[in-house]
Design a binder for this molecule. Structure first.
Ligand code: MG
Length: 166
């Protein structure tokens, strides 16, 4: 029998502003600018959350955690991933892997990669080797190139547990 895989993709953008911490993958990264948003504006975690919800057929981040809800003001996006992970477990869905791409002109995140992967995996309660984070620039072009904002893409693969075995 063909395994019951579910694929999902996510995309997110947040503007860069002064006076905000830069949180990426649940890690605070020293940088003169931070991402603006209702939550901690962790663009990587948001793209991943949307990909996970999409793969599970559960809608999107905005419908689960609306900007208008004061409960999510300043919330750690890792907490949102924890909630999403619970929804996945309830549906019998395991995370096979997730591949994330941060689009940002600066800063370089290579030295934070392992820590970010570890934080996200801990929030999702999956092994860290199943989460991979990469980064790219847009060679100075567009809003990311001008450091007006950052974007992130995520692709995930889920596997639905065999009902007979679970
Ligand atoms: Mg967002």
């Amino acid at each position: 029998m063909i395994p019951d895989f579910r694929i999902g993709q996510g995309f997110d953008v947040h503007p860069l502003v002064e006076g905000r911490k830069l949180i990426l993958g649940g890690i605070e990264i020293p940088f003169p600018l931070g991402l603006h948003g209702h939550s901690d504006a962790d663009v990587l975690s948001h793209a991943l959350g949307d990909a996970l919800l999409g793969a599970a057929g559960l809608g999107d981040l905005g419908s689960h955690f609306p900007d208008s809800d004061p409960r999510y003001q300043g919330i750690s996006s890792l907490r949102l991933l924890e909630i999403i992970a619970t929804l996945l477990r309830d549906k019998g869905l395991d995370i096979v892997n997730a591949d994330l791409t941060l689009v940002a002109e600066a800063p370089r995140i290579a030295s934070y990669r392992e820590a970010m992967q570890g934080r996200i995996a801990a929030a999702l309660q999956c092994p860290p080797e199943r989460i991979h984070i990469k980064a790219t620039t847009t060679e100075g072009l567009g809003f990311t190139g001008r450091k007006e904002g950052m974007a992130a893409y995520a692709v995930v693969l889920l596997l639905k547990k065999d009902e007979a075995q679970s």
